[in-house]
Design a binder for this molecule. Structure first.
Ligand SMILES: NC(=O)c1ccc[n+]([C@@H]2O[C@H](COP(=O)([O-])OP(=O)(O)OC[C@H]3O[C@@H](n4cnc5c(N)ncnc54)[C@H](OP(=O)(O)O)[C@@H]3O)[C@@H](O)[C@H]2O)c1
Length: 361
């Protein structure tokens, strides 16, 4: 599919990852908010020379090179990067085909490998007539093929509000990711590229800025009902440190194309509520979701991911029930009175100021 060039790697990735190498010189775009922070520190601790690109809202951790630039500003990004080159770039904040086009140009001669953090939302059949899923059948990477996905660069991708008006919020996010992948894949890519399609990320307590797990823990703890669809469909989840480790591993590998990243076991909104209730020693209550008024992770359509490609690449994700109870405990502690996240502001709260993050799933 492309000129996949194995990057130079360094070994001994440390206890956070099951894989034994990471790229030697790696650029992370983003990396200062949620699991991106783990990604940066695990790469650094594994011996990689890490360069972090952000607009400067937070400094990188010690020992990490900092490039301050807006990734949307091609000239500024090019100037800020100077003569830096990398074995791999991991792009944590690639949301649109316009951003992918900039990335292709800016990094063409700077890296052998480009890894984009994508999302399972690319498979949401409600966001495109081209996506077809079959109930009961886990969704494989081929369901959305970047090599054949139509791209429309004439849309106002630089204006998230206009894109949201054009598509609607959920579709804007999913379609932006699909078309971004398609731009990376188009023609003869200048680097080996991969797209890690992440499941819903959980864990880390207050670090999970989306507030989605906290929505469950707060409602269940208060004895208030969780709004779920009449027949909630299962979805996929991944632990926050494991998705960071998977991104580092894919960056070190020669794998090209899309890779689903998730714990293998799907779970629906009732299953999640029951697990939360069990952890809290109480009973979950429910009410029927009406229209858009439903809890995060309650879906009326099927798209949990098939993880066989990830397994064939050597990526290992822990069974859901090995890590989710601890993630629930972290969420409870974060929202306890006086805790770092005393109130989440309700189900749709994201805590983000970035327009593209209104649904960072
Ligand atoms: N949370 C989930 O459940 C989930 C599920 C699937 C996929 N994902 C994907 O995960 C990724 C986000 O992961 P994360 O939350 O851990 O993020 P992250 O790696 O911590 O990156 C967020 C940082 O990126 C920087 N940034 C944002 N826009 C920028 C720009 N235009 N130029 C330069 N820097 C910019 C911001 O810092 P500055 O403000 O300083 O620039 C921000 O702090 C997204 O691609 C999302 O689609 C998330």
């Amino acid at each position: 599919m492309s000129n996949a060039v194995p990057p130079e790697t360094t070994t001994n990735a440390g206890p956070d990852t099951a894989w034994d190498s990471v790229p030697r010189r790696v650029c992370v775009i983003g990396g200062t908010r949620y699991f991106g922070r783990h990604l940066v520190t695990l790469l650094r601790d594994a011996g990689a020379r890490v360069t972090l690109v952000n607009r400067g809202s937070a400094p990188p951790p010690p020992g990490v090179d900092h490039v301050r630039a807006d990734r949307d500003d091609e000239a500024a990004l090019t100037a800020a990067l100077g003569d830096r080159t990398f074995d791999a770039v991991i792009d944590q904040v690639l949301y649109t085909p316009a951003q992918a086009a900039v990335a292709r140009r800016v990094f063409a001669d700077r890296t052998a490998r480009y890894v984009m953090t994508s999302t399972m939302e690319v498979y949401d059949p409600a966001t495109s007539p081209l996506v077809r899923t079959a109930p009961g059948v886990p969704v494989t990477e081929e369901t959305v093929d970047p090599a054949h996905w139509p791209v429309d660069l004439a849309l106002p991708w630089h204006d998230p509000a206009a894109i949201a008006r054009h598509f609607g919020g959920a579709t804007a996010y999913a379609e932006g990711k699909r078309q971004a992948e398609a731009v990376l894949a188009a023609g003869r890519p200048p680097f080996g590229w991969a797209s890690v399609r992440s499941a819903h990320v959980l864990g880390g307590g207050a670090r999970d800025f989306t507030g989605r797990l906290a929505h469950y823990t707060e409602l269940v703890a208060a004895g208030r009902p969780v709004a779920v669809h009449e027949q909630p469909r299962p979805t996929s989840f991944v632990q926050h440190r494991e998705i960071a480790a998977a991104l580092a591993a894919v960056a070190a590998s020669p794998a090209v194309g899309a890779v689903n990243a998730a714990s293998a076991e799907p779970l629906d909104a009732v299953g999640l509520s029951e697990l939360v209730a069990d952890r809290l020693g109480t009973t979950a209550r429910y009410r029927r979701a009406e229209g858009a008024d439903h809890s995060p992770f309650s879906f009326d359509r099927w798209y949990p991911m098939d993880t066989r490609r990830a397994q064939s690449l050597g990526l290992a994700f822990s069974p859901l029930h090995d890590w989710l109870p601890a993630a629930v405990t972290e969420a409870v502690e974060a929202t306890a009175p006086g805790g770092p996240r005393a109130s989440t502001g309700g189900p749709a709260a994201t805590g983000s100021t970035h327009p593209n993050d209104r649904k960072a799933a």
